[in-house]
Design a protein around this ligand. Structure first.
Ligand code: ADP
Ligand code: MG
Length: 683
């Protein structure tokens, strides 16, 4: 028996449904549908009103219609690619049912000659005859289907009939869940409860009614559950008591005075925020967000310095070895011999590594630099006080939480990212952390001049490059893909390298996805030392890599990238004090729309603004590949169209935090929507 008030029924395995066996379950699992709740979001795309059954003579071409017919004759051509055909009739006329990619046996089975069947689908007309291609619904029992039916974007191997059956079954057994929202929230959605909302969501006639209460309420649930989980994680981390760090600000000042530049106002502001956290007795869990080139590294290293001066060790982690080494080198210059730093690299031999590990455990190293592998391996610290993680926008909430746990209670956590995200998404992505934002760039920075050029005008570009090389400048040339792929029509980096190498002999090098890491590092170091002038590469030139002497970037097939991605790429240049240029290459003239997009990039150097605009044009999932990153994708909520719901959710969450409201009533919401293993038990 199903306990109707129990949300756990919704988390039950699919096989608990009638008519769903292992085969169907496996098909659904492939689509990441693992339980009943997941199926609730498999929404109808449209519906076919099969109650409106027509006679053949009254069929309307182009419409979805349902007819009852008798199959009369088969045609199974023996030529590949020709469809199978079944001629059917009713008392008013004839219609051909066409099956592409079908087996003869299948067709014979579903349309047996002489037996009346009901079929439906879009009516076509070909060679003076009605046609129905790949009929949608076929049954010998017309009564079964003479009603409204949802059309789903189907999982291969599962028929629409089964889908409808499964969904109907779920809706019938939907447990009644107690309201979790406050009255003021629920009033905004005309008091619709979760159950009614789900039922309405699956009513065929409600397809696409995004503005209706049922849809808005469910979207809100989704957003709110994410915020709530984030808030709980933040609260939990905040509850952890740690030994405060105490350091001498005079020492900090001496270090800053040694710099070749003075810190910007935002660098100072964020440094104060971080220092406050370090010296408090609550654990820091903070994100330092700032556009490319805004100077996050120095801020984090000063924090590391303060931590070391309070008697703790620090781990600085970057997504790649190259980036880790860059930070290490920068720190070496910055700290000279004042503090003990080491780089742990995958390349170092066993003895060196062992030596470093021993020293770490004995507190003979103050700051260790490396990739995230530092935490996967058996690395023991003597007294770890701060973890700094660079460029990790692809870390999800769970990963961050785990990392924070691993460091131990006394360990503060500082994450850095140059991935600007729209305001509405900040709470979604980083709501578990406190936020420090650097929004201004160092004054010496000049805006990167951005141009677009047709590929056919490559000669102009080459001329321009020649001039730049004469001035002693270096150039990035970015190609989207390494292998020539006709289908994607991407330019091959290899070919481009060969092409440029002929024009600029001995001045070009190539980096691509298959370049070994050591070779890659050698190449980048040679580029840094100005041993060659043009670096042709795929998009692998890391976010964060700092080549102050490179001031031109050319991006081929620029329309293959999103605006934010282009902005990040062009952030590879413009780090020195020279004028810098970004040239976006296009295969063909830009459409009006594409022009509008590119203009956003030309007119602004502000990553946050660009990401907002990018999202408006391309949608949330697409910006910077968040889709692949495993970061939560909403099922109903849409950061672009539901920004009001995001704001409302934030407000409500803040209220709950402020009033310290008991959140156990949200347990079903959180368990259902977030599989919140991060919050093991909130009730
Ligand atoms: P990001 O925020 O993208 O990580 P970095 O920390 O790599 O940026 O800084 C980019 C460059 O700017 C570095 O060469 C760094 O030394 C320099 N830089 C940092 N802060 C300032 C500043 N206040 N004035 C001038 N240059 C700075
Ligand atoms: Mg950086």
């Amino acid at each position: 028996m199903v306990n109707k008030s129990n949300y756990e029924y919704l988390l039950a395995d699919l096989t608990t449904l009638k008519g769903v066996g292992v085969k169907t379950t496996n098909l659904l699992k492939k689509k990441n549908i693992n339980n009943i709740f997941d199926l609730l979001w498999k929404l109808p795309k449209s519906y076919t009103d099969r109650s409106l059954s027509a006679k053949i003579k009254d069929l309307k071409i182009g419409e979805n219609q349902t007819i009852t017919v008798t199959p009369q004759k088969y045609s199974f051509p023996r030529i590949r690619n020709l469809p199978n055909k079944v001629i059917c009739h009713d008392e008013t006329g004839q219609i051909d049912c066409i099956f592409f990619n079908s087996y003869e046996g299948y067709v014979r089975k579903i349309l047996p000659l002489g037996k009346e069947v009901t079929i439906s689908g879009k009516i076509g007309f070909f060679k003076n005859k009605y046609q129905l291609t790949n009929p949608k619904y076929i049954s010998e029992d017309a009564s079964l289907i003479k009603q409204k039916h949802n059309t789903y974007s189907l999982t291969e191997g599962i028929s629409e009939k089964i889908y409808n059956k499964i969904i109907n079954q779920i809706i019938e057994k939907l447990p009644f869940l107690n309201e979790w929202h406050s009255e003021s929230i629920i009033n905004k959605f005309d008091k619709i409860n979760w159950n009614d909302a789900i039922v309405k969501l699956h009513k065929p006639e409600n397809v696409g009614k995004y503005k209706d209460n049922f849809y808005q309420r469910l979207a809100f649930d989704e957003i709110f559950s994410t915020f709530l989980v984030n808030s709980e994680i933040r609260k939990k981390i905040k509850k952890i008591k740690k030994k405060e760090k105490s350091f001498d600000l005079k020492k900090q000042k001496n270090l800053i005075d040694k710099l070749e530049f003075s810190l910007t106002r935002d660098q100072n502001k964020t440094l104060i925020e971080i220092n406050n956290d370090l010296s408090s007795t609550t654990k820091m869990f903070r994100l330092l967000q700032g556009d490319v080139g805004s100077g996050k590294t120095i801020v984090s290293l000063i924090a590391a310095y303060n931590t070391v001066n309070s008697g703790f060790q620090v781990a600085v982690m970057a997504p790649t070895e190259i980036l880790a080494r860059q930070h290490y080198n920068f720190a070496k210059k910055l700290f000279s011999n004042e503090i003990r730093i080491e780089l742990i690299s995958g390349k170092s031999d066993y003895k060196t590594k062992k030596n470093i590990l021993t020293k770490l455990a004995n507190n003979e190293i103050d700051i260790i630099f490396g990739t995230h592998a530092i935490f996967q391996k058996k690395v023991f610290f003597n007294n770890l006080g701060l973890i700094i993680i660079d460029e990790q926008h692809k870390f999800g909430v769970n990963q961050r939480k785990r990392l924070s746990d691993k460091g131990g209670d006394n360990c503060d956590v500082l994450l850095m990212t140059a991935t600007p995200i729209p305001r509405t998404l900040t709470m979604t992505m980083y709501g578990d952390m406190d936020l420090s934002i650097i929004s201004e760039k160092p004054k010496s920075r000049k805006p990167i001049k951005t141009y677009s050029k047709l590929e056919s005008k490559i000669d102009d570009i080459l001329k321009f490059i020649k001039k730049e090389i004469k001035l002693g400048n270096q150039i990035f040339w970015v190609c989207p893909l390494i292998e020539e792929s006709k289908k994607l029509d991407h330019t091959s980096a290899v070919k481009k390298f060969e092409f440029l190498n002929k024009i600029f002999p001995n001045q070009v090098s190539l980096l691509h996805g298959k370049t070994e890491i050591e070779e890659k590092e050698t190449i980048l170091n040679r580029f840094l030392k100005k041993e060659f002038q043009i670096l042709v590469s795929t998009t692998i030139i890391e976010v964060g890599i700092d080549f102050p002497n490179a001031n031109v970037i050319i991006i081929e097939n620029a329309n293959k990238f999103g605006l934010s991605q282009l902005h990040q790429l062009r952030g590879r240049v413009g780090r020195g004090d020279k004028d810098s240029t970004c040239i976006l290459m296009f295969k063909s003239n830009l459409s009006e729309n594409a022009k509008k997009r590119i203009n956003i990039l030309k007119e602004s150097n502000d990553g946050f603004y660009i990401s907002e605009e990018d999202m408006k044009i391309r949608g949330f999932g697409d910006i910077l590949g968040f889709k692949q990153s495993g970061i939560k994708n909403f099922k109903l909520a849409d950061p672009i169209h539901n920004s009001d719901l995001f704001l409302l959710a934030e407000k409500e969450m803040r209220r709950i935090e402020r009033e310290n409201e008991d959140i156990s009533k949200f347990k079903p919401l959180i368990k259902l929507y977030d599989r919140a293993d991060v919050i093991n038990d909130i009730a």
